[in-house]
Design a binder for this molecule. Structure first.
Ligand code: ADP
Ligand code: MG
Length: 576
């Protein structure tokens, strides 16, 4: 094909792809425009996950009638007009790309009125081309309505997830902005129903309450820190060490009130919690870093999600110190060892490891695989089942690994992964045999869920109930928990549900797992690294592991054991 310049239409579609990935990016761009317009109230309405319609209404300063058409041209902005300003950007927008990009891939209707003008103006565009415009009465501010997103780019539409998944991205986005702009009243309507409202009274803790709910919000500590040399400031909230989650998505960062994603900032926070959290547990945090505009480059990512800092290590240490300071003040003696029994329930009832309990499991040897259902089938139908070798326990290493000896040399078994495998198979087996595996709670426990957790719960409701959870809606995003899976022992039931939801959401994103919920339940119920095991417990665990159809990997696919062959050892010691 000869080289030629792309048609404006095609070029616009390509450029639009950079800015508009999905409904949540439309919401992001429109909400950022409303914030830049000085709005004090922003209403977001979405239908069918935002694909059918996204509407953002604000009470900001509006757009002069004669400039509306210009706003839809590429690189048209009122926010910067010189190179110097590009080096110190104070607004959320500046590239002049959002409106034209959104309009290029949808039907867009804008109505806008400057507060001092008596009347407003309306303009409609289809796939980027104006179809009508004229004066129209409307309240002061701007409303942008985007429908039929990617209607002219069917390939793009195919990449969108389910309406509920797209909705939860929008919910996440709106609630995070509510945290950092407590002075703005945000309202989110999903398919005609109110989904989230922030008070907009300027009180950060009340915004926090609206986003996280009373339970979590009261366990959040206020963070205020400043590096006297650079003047960098950190403000916001960090969870008390007792308040942890199973993944990193509960850490939110803003730089000059722009939501950013940054591994560096998560590390800075995790570093601050060093020694206070168990492995694989993550804190909650919502922090805004204020730094001089010229010390941060916001122009390094197409949708401005990532930023570059001039003094990265200064930012890191400012955040780490500010958070550490409140944590230390909150708990004056941070212990390096996890506080006994703090973060995890004694997940395994002691009887679990007795021989008799094991005897029961043993009957499962050679029994059908949990997914097969047909007798004699194994999980890996093609591969002949490879049983774990019979092992003799030598001892426990670092309270994490079981050292064992077999005919083939030495084995290091990861106690958590091994137990996870055992529990996973037990859960699936019981479900297959339709045995009840629920443990009713003496008193039902109320649990508050974030919109994203609520979404995970609803999408996986059947699996959660099959595996022993029982719950019912309790109004306002909360649920009443009535039973938990029997394998859970006596831990905090609410935390168990939250954990399982978070793990399910997380695993569900990274892989299409056949049974993510069961794996998450097994993971929550399994003994942790750091737990001392008696010899009979270790023996029992290995025997149960041996009885599973897939003893070599945990349900997440990680190895349960590593093997050092006798030959390898002999070679290493120069014996052969
Ligand atoms: P940018 O935000 O990068 O300037 P956009 O394409 O998002 O580019 O918007 C173009 C221009 O339209 C903005 O610079 C602003 O002047 C105007 N505009 C867009 N949305 C609004 C709004 N909600 N209220 C007032 N003005 C707006
Ligand atoms: Mg913009």
């Amino acid at each position: 094909m000869p080289i030629k310049v792309l048609s404006p239409d095609l070029a616009a579609k390509i450029a639009a792809g950079e800015v508009v990935e999905r409904p949540a990016s439309v919401v992001k761009e429109l909400v950022e425009n409303s914030i830049d317009a000085g709005a004090s109230q922003i209403t977001v309405e979405i239908k069918a996950g935002g694909v059918e319609q996204v509407k953002v209404i604000d009470d900001g300063h509006g757009i002069p009638t004669e400039e509306v058409a210009i706003a839809f041209q590429r690189h048209a902005t009122s926010k910067i007009d010189s190179q110097e300003q590009l080096n110190a950007i104070a607004t959320l927008g500046f590239r002049g790309e959002a409106l034209p990009s959104i309009a290029a891939v949808s039907r867009t209707v804008i109505t806008t009125r400057q507060p001092l003008n008596p009347g407003g103006f309306r303009m409609e565009l289809l796939w980027g081309e104006p179809v009508s415009s004229g004066s129209q009465g409307c309240p002061p501010g701007t409303a942008v309505e985007v429908s039929d997103l990617f209607g002219n780019l069917p390939a793009r539409r195919k990449f969108l997830r389910s309406a509920s998944a797209e909705t939860s991205r929008v919910q996440e986005f709106v609630s995070r902005y509510a945290l950092v702009f407590p002075g703005i009243r945000f309202r989110l309507m999903v398919d005609g129903r109110a989904s989230f409202t922030s008070p907009g009274n300027g009180v950060p803790r009340e915004a926090l309450l609206a986003v996280y709910g009373p339970q979590a919000a009261t366990a959040m500590l206020e963070v205020h820190g400043e590096d006297p040399e650079t003047g960098y400031q950190v403000d916001g909230f960090a969870g008390a060490p007792s308040l942890t989650r199973a993944n990193r998505t509960y850490m939110t960062f803003f730089v000059n009130r722009r939501w950013v994603q940054s591994r560096m900032l998560s590390f800075a926070v995790e570093e601050a919690y060093m020694g206070l959290l168990q492995v694989k547990r993550y804190p909650l945090a919502a922090l805004n870093i204020s730094i001089p505009y010229e010390d941060v480059d916001v122009n390094s990512h197409p949708s401005k999600r990532e930023v570059r800092f001039r003094e990265e290590s200064r930012v890191f240490s400012t955040v780490q110190r500010a958070v550490r300071a409140v944590l230390v003040a909150d708990s004056p003696v941070p212990s390096l060892a996890p506080p006994p029994g703090s973060d995890f329930p004694p997940a395994v009832a002691p009887s679990f490891f007795t021989r008799s309990a094991f005897g029961g499991a043993r009957n499962g040897v050679g029994m059908p695989g949990y997914r097969g259902g047909d007798s004699g089938g194994t999980t890996d139908a093609a591969a002949p089942r490879q049983p774990a070798p019979p092992l003799r326990v030598v001892g426990q290493l670092k309270l994490t690994y079981i050292v064992a000896e077999g005919a083939e040399g030495m084995f290091l078994v990861d106690q958590h992964a091994a137990h996870e495998r055992v529990l996973f198979d037990r859960i699936c087996q019981k479900t297959l045999e339709q045995e009840p595996q629920s443990q009713p709670l003496l008193e039902p426990a109320p649990v508050e869920l974030t919109p994203a957790q609520g979404d995970t719960l609803e999408t996986n409701r059947e699996a959660l109930e099959n595996y022993g959870f029982q719950f019912e809606p309790f109004g306002d995003g909360s649920y009443l928990l009535r039973a938990v899976p029997a394998i859970f022992g006596e831990g905090d039931p609410a935390k168990a549900l939250l954990d399982v939801l978070d793990m399910t959401a997380f695993e569900g994103l990274v892989r299409q797992k056949e049974d993510v919920t069961a794996a998450s339940i097994a993971c929550h119920g399994a003994i942790r690294a750091g737990k001392s095991l008696t010899e009979p417990e270790m023996v029992a665990l290995l025997e149960q592991l041996e009885a599973t159809p897939n003893p070599h990997t945990c349900p997440h696919g990680r190895p349960t054991m590593v093997h050092f062959s006798s030959q390898h050892m002999e070679r290493e010691f120069g014996r052969r």
